[in-house]
Design a protein around this ligand. Structure first.
Ligand SMILES: [Zn+2]
Length: 298
């Protein structure tokens, strides 16, 4: 399987390319539904990883990817349980590869829940198409808790990070948390400066979440990695924190030395982070340095 195909599988390339037979077989053997434990699992499809919990009474879903993959998800999820009248969809944040399938869930009578900044950010990004946006009908400020069958699900806001509307969704009993795009596992992340990103707080919130976890907590990442996984532990959160700290230190040192943004970005990789991969210009070390430079000089 070539690199581009893997990037699509992992949700990092969003062009509507048809599945190759090799990828189709790979998905058939390896998912796209992956149960973890306590009726909680994840689904890869296309775009940001979907998290799910299904019982005899309820179904709760984290993020909706795109219309076609949301339809694939709905066609397969009920193999894992009959579901029931309690139906929730959480949006971890507003980016298109996490919310473009919202309409499929709205038609399925799901209540859509997100941080209060998310609907506005969705409309801002949609520009002249803002009327077609399907956004949350229940929003929260700091946190919100719902019961989904035997599970308690809490969505928590930790301040500006990847955008100004990210939340972490905790499945309390299963001890699993969906990180949305707060973790790009060993990819150079997208840092959405226009959408209110704040690297400084992203660093501290990853540490706060890692401290809230136990050794047994499993984290689901918005964008997983073939070599490092779609799920992981708090060590992966701290690794991402360390990458962002290095990014800020490197950029700050360049600013102090009087270097231009071009000079500061003239670096192929940080030697401490040789495993980070790039998935295009927007997800590169250079664009990360640009975002850090903007934050440090604003
Ligand atoms: Zn995102």
């Amino acid at each position: 399987m070539n690199r581009k195909t893997f990037l699509q599988q992992l949700g990092l390339v969003t062009a509507g390319t048809a599945l190759t037979p090799a990828l189709f077989n790979w998905i058939k053997q390896n998912g796209p539904f992956y149960p973890i434990r306590n009726n909680v699992g994840y689904f890869t499809g296309r775009g940001g990883t979907i998290g799910w919990h299904i019982t005899n009474e309820s179904v709760a879903v984290i993020d909706s990817q795109f219309q076609n993959s949301a339809e694939d998800f709905m066609a397969g999820i009920f193999d894992f349980g009959p579901g029931g009248p309690a139906r929730y969809l959480f949006n971890t944040h507003h980016h298109g590869d996490h919310v473009s399938g919202n309409g499929v869930f709205r038609s399925g009578n799901f209540e859509i829940i997100a941080h209060q900044n998310v609907p506005e950010l969705q409309r801002e990004s949609a520009g002249s198409n803002s009327e077609s946006v399907v956004a949350a009908n229940r929003v929260f400020d700091d946190e919100i808790t719902v019961e989904s069958g035997s599970e308690i699900i809490t969505a928590k806001y930790y301040g500006r990070a990847h955008t100004r509307g990210d939340s972490v969704i905790w499945f309390e009993n299963a001890n699993i948390a969906h990180m949305g795009d707060l973790v790009f596992n060993r990819w150079y992340p997208f840092i959405d400066t226009n959408g209110g990103a704040l690297i400084e707080n992203w660093i501290s919130m990853l540490e706060i979440v890692a401290n809230e976890a136990t050794a047994d907590t499993r984290f689901i990442f918005g964008h997983g990695n073939r070599d490092f996984g779609v799920t992981g532990s708090s060590d992966d959160l701290l690794y991402m924190r360390d990458y962002l700290s290095k990014l800020m230190e490197h950029t700050q040192a360049g600013i102090q030395a009087g270097q231009s943004p071009e000079e500061i970005s003239a670096i192929e990789q940080f030697e401490e982070f040789p495993d980070h991969q790039s998935a295009g210009a927007r997800l590169s070390l250079q664009s990360n340095i640009e975002a850090a430079y903007a934050e440090l000089t604003s």
